[in-house]
Design a protein. Structure first.
Length: 190
């Protein structure tokens, strides 16, 4: 990734935050393209990733296994933007992108790609599940996609991603990335 990770994260948060803002309370129990997650569970997962990857940027211990109920705390829609801004700031700190994560044993840049993948892919999942548009920044997708493509097999082996779904002819780079992570770009909640 040639651009600073923090600017890519900021771009991904700016694409995903309007989707989070647009989710109504009555949509929280609806299905998503992410198997096993309804909208509320996927929002909790995304909050969990965003808050814990702030810690990983600072090389602090993070608990990725225990997902809390983040939507019980006040205005979660506004809080998503705030946590997203904190995430970008954490990754802007000097040295955040360098070296190996003591918590995960992976390069920090790989962790940055993971959180970017979560923001982009789950942003699409949530938009699809709630009937909204989702248009991530093309330059961000182009820059992040090669890094994500490297870690998708590891994620698939860990059960994080489903089997790849072939993208349709003429698919965009983002649609191909969605297919690589097990998403059917034609999915709808009905």
């Amino acid at each position: 990734m040639a651009n600073p990770v923090s600017s890519l994260i900021d771009s991904a948060v700016r694409a995903t935050a309007p989707v989070v803002d647009g989710i109504t309370d009555d949509q929280l129990t609806g299905p998503t393209p992410c198997a096993g997650f309804d909208v509320q569970a996927l929002l909790n997962h995304l909050f969990h990733i965003v808050t814990n990857f702030q810690k990983l940027a600072a090389r602090e211990p993070a608990d990725l296994a225990t997902v809390a109920e983040y939507l019980d705390e006040g205005d979660w829609r506004s809080r998503f933007r705030e946590e997203g801004a904190r995430l970008a700031k954490a990754w802007a700190a000097p040295g955040a992108e360098e070296g190996i994560s003591p918590a995960m044993g992976l390069p920090q840049r790989s962790l940055a790609a993971m959180v970017l993948g979560d923001l982009l892919v789950h942003g699409w999942d949530l938009a699809r599940a709630t009937g909204q548009e989702y248009t991530p920044d093309t330059a961000t997708v182009e820059e992040v996609a090669p890094e994500l493509e490297k870690i998708v097999p590891m994620g698939r082996n860990a059960g994080v991603f489903g089997e790849a779904v072939p993208a349709p002819a003429g698919a965009t780079r983002f649609e191909r990335l969605l297919g690589d992570t097990g998403r059917d770009t034609g999915w709808s909640p009905s």
